[in-house]
Design a protein around this ligand. Structure first.
Ligand code: 8YV
Length: 319
């Protein structure tokens, strides 16, 4: 059988490269010295794109591949894929939900605990001799019994909330509507009211144009000088300038962030702050999950080219 030509937008772990090359004729965009010339040459042959959540596929890339049929995203977030362009051209989009949910929730909870109890600073306290020289580490804030707001009670938000009930935390959430699977948790529809209620605000929303900067000045002020925001979704869900201002002027207590505007570069203002925990967008970064994500990317492509149903299609709006 003739292998379909696919365009690979960014690198995958080495265990994915072999199976991908076996199943498809792979054209590696990220290896090209001149991407425009590369796309002009291979674009017309491309029937599938394999990309990553944060890399996506913009309209220019989609239009450089006039015979494109499917975009398979390694990640649950597909906000970097131009869905309007896909809708217009009848291009299928798939992502990798479910397989990463629990790892992302685990890391979010770990970030809350680490930041609240000062784990990173405490480790340095031991290593740099401060413990012996200065004595006991400064006291930190308790987590159990505190109020949590979960902004977006989808799959990941639900798993975060479920874990935090084990820490005897008081859970409230915000979403488009109250969820029947969350009867034990308080529903507060307005994000500002949710933040006012909460000590810890988890941002677990699927990002879209509608959710851009949903956590802005008002939400951060409502969370307040004792509050903490934890973002394991997308940077665009938070107004980063408002966040930096609030952290710098003490209107917000702390932040724990896995995602940044323009990552992997980040605003240097973050590096001056000692009330923020910085993580390199690795909430799904375990061997087990990344292997499952890679397999799902390939399985969706294979299903499409075999004329079978897609395993995890993204519901698309027509523009
Ligand atoms: C990345 C993610 O895809 O699931 C998502 O939406 O952003 C991540 O899992 C991952 O960092 C691999 O690039």
């Amino acid at each position: 059988m003739v292998k379909a030509n696919i365009l690979q937008v960014g690198p995958y772990p080495e265990w994915d490269e072999g199976p991908l090359n076996e199943a498809f004729t792979v054209h590696r965009l990220f290896d090209a010295d001149n991407t425009a010339a590369f796309l002009a040459e291979v674009g017309p042959d491309i029937r599938g794109i394999a990309t990553r959540g944060e890399l996506g596929a913009d309209r220019a890339l989609i239009e450089a591949c006039p015979n494109l049929e499917i975009i398979s995203v390694y990640g649950v977030g597909y906000d970097a894929v131009d869905l309007a362009a896909c809708g217009e051209k009848g291009i299928h989009v798939t992502n990798t939900p479910d397989v990463l949910t629990k790892d992302v929730a685990d890391l979010g909870v770990a970030m809350m605990l680490a930041q609240s109890r000062g784990l990173v600073g405490a480790e340095s306290w031991v290593r740099d001799g401060s413990w012996a020289a200065k004595g006991l580490y400064p006291l930190k804030r308790r987590v159990h019994g505190a109020k949590v707001g979960v902004l977006g009670l989808g799959r990941i938000g639900f798993e975060v909330a479920k874990r935090l009930t084990g820490f005897d935390m008081d859970i409230a959430y915000s979403d488009i509507s109250a969820k029947d699977y969350a009867a034990d948790w308080a529903y507060i529809s307005d994000p500002v009211e949710l933040a006012r209620h909460a000590d810890f605000l988890f941002v677990t929303l699927a990002a879209s144009a509608d959710t851009r900067h949903i956590v802005g000045h008002d939400v951060l002020e409502a969370l307040g000088p004792e509050g903490m925001v934890i973002n394991i979704s997308r940077a665009s869900n938070i107004d980063e300038n408002a966040l930096l201002d609030a952290l710098e002027n003490g209107h917000l207590g702390a932040a724990a962030l896995d995602v940044f505007e323009g990552e992997p570069a980040l605003d240097p203002r973050f590096l001056q702050l000692n009330n923020v925990l910085l993580q390199p967008h690795h909430a799904s970064g375990t061997f087990e999950t990344r292997k499952a994500m890679g397999k799902l990317v390939r399985d969706n492509l294979s299903a499409h080219f075999a004329g079978e149903s897609l395993l995890t299609p993204v519901a698309q709006r027509q523009s």
